[in-house]
Design a protein around this ligand. Structure first.
Ligand code: MLC
Ligand code: AMP
Length: 502
């Protein structure tokens, strides 16, 4: 029995989703998702964990598909709307998806898949029909695969069961006191936990309303805030930074109206990357006194540590373990360190994912021998609040809230004509947290590379947020750029270099 669906039955006449110019009740969502289930099942009793990939903008359609897949016993594989074909094909191949569903706008992009032995469903062809009994599902069934980049190899599919997802939702609903009268604006992509779990699923679990703005636009966000219905907001630090920039451009009257509207919010949360104290402080003044609640999470576990809903929210800190979740700080041998010493955050609890899809070795490596998830994030417990100190791998970049693997980008760059070698790093940046930067060694240094052309080529291979924004070409790189120390040297070079390419 899926508790999320059972909860919805208690709220049938309440508003579940606002999307486009329409609103949808929980009853409509229950009915429409059951139609999706039937269309997927085609008379079979259960999808038995078939992978169903879907590519639609954040919208009511996304939700009815997600619920329809779950209710039919399938594994939901949401695809990224910003990915080029190659990245999507990787996910389809890796999950061995049986079916792909997409809205009209993405049909052309996905058309090469039509030649394959895969069921291709256009969203507008999913019609209402007779609803027969849906399977009775146990919570330990696999529910969702989300792709995440690591320090080795290609992106890995993070498999979460329904029980994992429920635990992730429940700890947030309890800690942040979600209630059916809540109304949240969702401007995040729906192929990562921040948008899927923290916003969409927590709202629907609680009988609250989730409103979509499919593409982030700071001006439109403020218009919606001024409408007076939204009382909750969650975003990555880059978005708060962009909102502040937009706010600064308004005249005093609009600024005052926004401040008044924000003042009435119940809660505003930041996460997915470190929140700069300057952003927290500026937002406090813009919002008429709200201290952003910063929390910490990861695709493999949902949220794990959070500043308190009641009580002191300490700038520069991520807070304390969420209810039901155990945290320890450990050394490289997975030995627990004394309080106050710097080490890796390790996590245990029902929220922690099941496995990387068909990668038993990678799964094993990400857990300690005694079963703790090794996050790769370094932290200390500082006067009762955890504080992140960085990552233990220089090859993981966080930009705009997205986790990016330097190694994956390097692999693509090396395929470009005249690039002999390269080193990709994240360079600290006020707006993006880090920006992706590439240092190139040319096979023939006399033959220059046109960076504009290179960027256009990269955009066909990588999503835009992974395409390096800064470049230097040089005769030599700090030796052994794959190593920790020399990549740090490369970051310094970028920090000091005048950017000639922007
Ligand atoms: C885009 N651009 C970037 C960039 N991304 N520049 C530098 N660094 C980046 N990372 C540039 C583009 O090249 C383009 O410029 C311009 O910005 C607009 O591109 P866009 O794609 O339209 O950007 P935009 O929609 O404004 O995206 C910004 C954003 C987005 C902040 C809204 O990055 C976003 O939605 N981030 C959230 C990701 C997220 O949900 N993460 C959670 C992961 S879960 P040009 O010149 O090329 O036109 C997780 C666990 C947890 O982390 O704890 O939550
Ligand atoms: P992802 O794999 O995309 O889910 O990203 C998870 C990573 O985001 C974590 O391992 C952290 O490195 C980072 N992260 C999430 N929240 C925070 C935060 N509040 N402060 C710093 N880093 C964070």
């Amino acid at each position: 029995m899926l508790q999320l669906i059972e909860n919805a039955k208690q709220h049938q006449n309440r508003l579940a989703i606002r999307s486009g110019s329409r609103s949808y009740t929980y009853q409509e969502l229950l009915t429409d998702s059951a139609y999706v289930s039937q269309a997927l099942l085609q008379g079979r009793p259960d999808l038995s964990e078939e992978r169903i990939a879907f590519l639609v903008d954040p919208s009511y359609d996304y939700v009815r598909l997600q619920w329809g897949i779950w209710r039919a016993g399938g594994i939901a594989v949401p695809l990224c709307t910003k990915h080029p074909y190659q990245s999507i094909e990787y996910v389809i191949d890796d999950t061995q998806a049986s079916t792909i569903i997409c809205s009209e706008g993405y049909e052309e992009l996905l058309s090469p898949l039509k030649d394959r032995d895969i069921r291709f469903i256009s969203l507008d062809k999913l019609s209402a029909g007779e609803v027969e009994a849906l399977p009775d599902l146990s919570n330990d069934r696999r529910a969702m695969i989300l792709y995440t980049s690591g320090t080795t190899g290609s992106p890995k599919g993070v498999v979460s069961t329904h029980a994992n997802i429920q635990a992730q939702i429940q700890s947030l609903v309890t800690s942040w006191e979600w209630h059916q009268v809540d109304h949240i604006l969702n401007i995040l992509p729906l192929h990562h936990v921040h948008g899927i779990i923290n916003i969409l699923s927590c709202a629907l679990w609680s009988g609250a309303c989730c409103e979509f703005l499919p593409k982030f636009d700071a001006d439109k966000v403020f218009d919606i805030f001024l409408g007076g219905q939204v009382n909750l907001f969650m975003a990555v630090p880059t978005i708060y930074y962009k909102l502040i920039g937009q706010y600064d451009q308004y005249d005093e009257d609009r600024q005052q109206a926004i401040t008044d509207a924000l003042h009435n919010f119940r809660l505003m949360v930041s996460g997915s990357a470190a929140l700069p104290i300057s952003v927290l402080e500026r937002w406090r003044s813009i919002s008429g006194g709200h201290t952003l609640l910063e929390r910490y999470g990861m695709t493999e576990m949902g949220m794990a540590i959070s500043n308190p809903y009641h009580g002191e929210r300490r700038p520069g800190h991520i807070g304390q373990p969420l209810s039901g979740i155990q945290i320890r700080i450990a050394d490289e041998q997975d030995q627990v360190l004394p309080i106050g010493e710097k080490g890796e955050i390790q996590v245990k609890g029902p929220n922690v994912f099941k496995e990387y899809w068909q990668k038993p070795e990678a799964t094993k490596k990400t857990f300690s021998a005694d079963g703790w998830l090794k996050t790769g994030d370094m932290a200390i417990l500082d006067d009762g609040y955890y504080r992140i100190l960085g990552r233990n791998s220089v090859d993981i970049i966080k930009s705009g809230g997205y986790k990016i693997s330097a190694l994956e980008i390097e692999e693509v760059l090396r395929k470009y004509p005249n690039i002999k070698d390269c080193g990709v790093v994240g360079v600290p940046d006020d707006e993006w947290g880090e920006v992706v930067a590439a240092s190139l060694i040319l096979s023939d240094p006399a033959e220059e590379i046109d960076i504009k052309e290179l960027r256009s080529w990269l955009k066909t291979k990588l999503p835009s947020y992974q395409v390096p924004k800064r470049y230097i070409t040089q005769e030599d790189l700090p030796r052994n750029v794959m190593g920790k120390v020399t990549k740090k040297a490369l970051v310094k070079i970028f920090e000091e270099a005048e950017d000639k390419n922007q």
